[in-house]
Structure formats: C-alpha cells, structure tokens
Design a protein around this ligand. Sequence first.
Ligand code: CTP
Ligand code: CA
Length: 211
Amino acid sequence: MTLSGKHVLVTAGPTHEPIDPVRYLANRSSGKQGFAIAAALAAQGARVTLIAGPVALPTPPRVTRIDVETALQMAAAVEAALPADAAIMVAAVADWRVEASAQKIKKGAAGPPTLTLVENPDILATLGRSLRRPRLLIGFAAETENVVAHARAKLARKGCDWIVANDVSADPMGGETNRVHIVTNDGVESWDRMAKDDVAERLADRIAVTI
Ligand code: CTP
Ligand code: CA
C-alpha cells in the first residue's frame, strides 16, 4: 500500500454548461480514464476524492465521489477538497459557459438564437498558482495535432509538474485505449497504446514513487 496516508484529488469527465433549463453545451469525455486513475490510486491505499462531471460510470471501490455539473461547480469542489498531496486533473472542463436563459428558448420568427459564451476559470492553472498547490500537480491534454508541443506549452502555462498528453484523432475520446506522452520539465516519455486501466495503473505507480 504505497500511497496509504496520502490524499489525492482527481477530476474526471466532461462538464455541462446550461444554455437554458433544458439544453447544455458538453464534450465527448466519458470519464473512463479519470475513473480508472481514481480506482488505481485507491487500490494503492490513497484516500481519493474524485470530482466527477456528468458521466455514466460506477464509483470505484473506496473512492469518495463528488458529482458536479458545470465548470464553476467543479472549481468550487476542487477548492473545498484541498489540501491534497497530489491532484490529477483529468476532466475535460468546458472552456466556455453560456450566458444562460432562465426560460426555455423558443423557436420563432426571430430565427436561431445567438449564444454568448464566457470563458470559464482554468481550474488547473489556478491550483498551479495557489498557496495550497498540491506537491504533485498533473494535467491532461487531449490534442488533435502537435501533441507534445502543445503539452509543453500547457506545462509551463499551468504551472504543473506533468502533462499527460494524448492524440484524440488516434484514440478518440470515449474509447477504451490511450497512447499517452508524459511531458515534464525533464523531457518526454511516450508510452505504447494500452487500455485506459493499464495507463491508470502505470500512472499510479509513478505517482506513488513521486509523492
Ligand atoms: N483545465 C482546467 N480548467 C479549465 C480547462 C482545462 O482545469 N477551465 C485542465 C484540464 O483538466 C486538463 C488541462 O487543464 O488537465 C488541460 O486542458 P486543455 O483543455 O487541454 O487545456 P486548455 O488550456 O483549455 O487549452 P485548449 O485551448 O487546448 O483547450
Ligand atoms: Ca480546453
């Protein structure tokens, strides 16, 4: 039980951003990779707080799960769950929320509505600058091109220790496998394509020897 006594925070899944009481903006994240990581960390004895967007997945054994819907709710839940020894931000947080309508938007002569988007806070970058920054801070990056270059830029911009990057054109979001690149200030380690559960176990092993 290499992670016993450690508190680890994991975010997972998409966020849903309401447009009106019956509609929302979302993305294709299934939550599988984040839930697998939470499960692997708990199996190694960590106390795991899993902050989950809307997903259709069972809670892994011995994991404390907090369900949220929006990016703002996820940000507040992360803040409330601190302090933590490590945080692994796997969630595909919506970059923008909508200036939502209080009433259901109706079709009509005025034509299609125009949605006004507002940028959401960057939960990972905020944590990277926080006085309560976990000792090990890990971000994920789903890219469709220049995977490692984008990941390096995010590593610096968000003040984290590792970015786990993958190419979602090769391994589409929602699938069962991932081919990840671990990008740190020391360089890049590229892993073979493997099941998300195996990525999770290898990451948990690496986290266990780091914190
Ligand atoms: N992230 C976050 N809060 C946000 C957006 C992203 O915490 N509002 C985190 C994600 O959980 C992930 C990392 O930041 O760990 C990278 O997310 P990504 O969407 O790849 O980065 P962005 O800075 O939003 O860049 P992009 O324009 O590529 O979407
Ligand atoms: Ca984003």
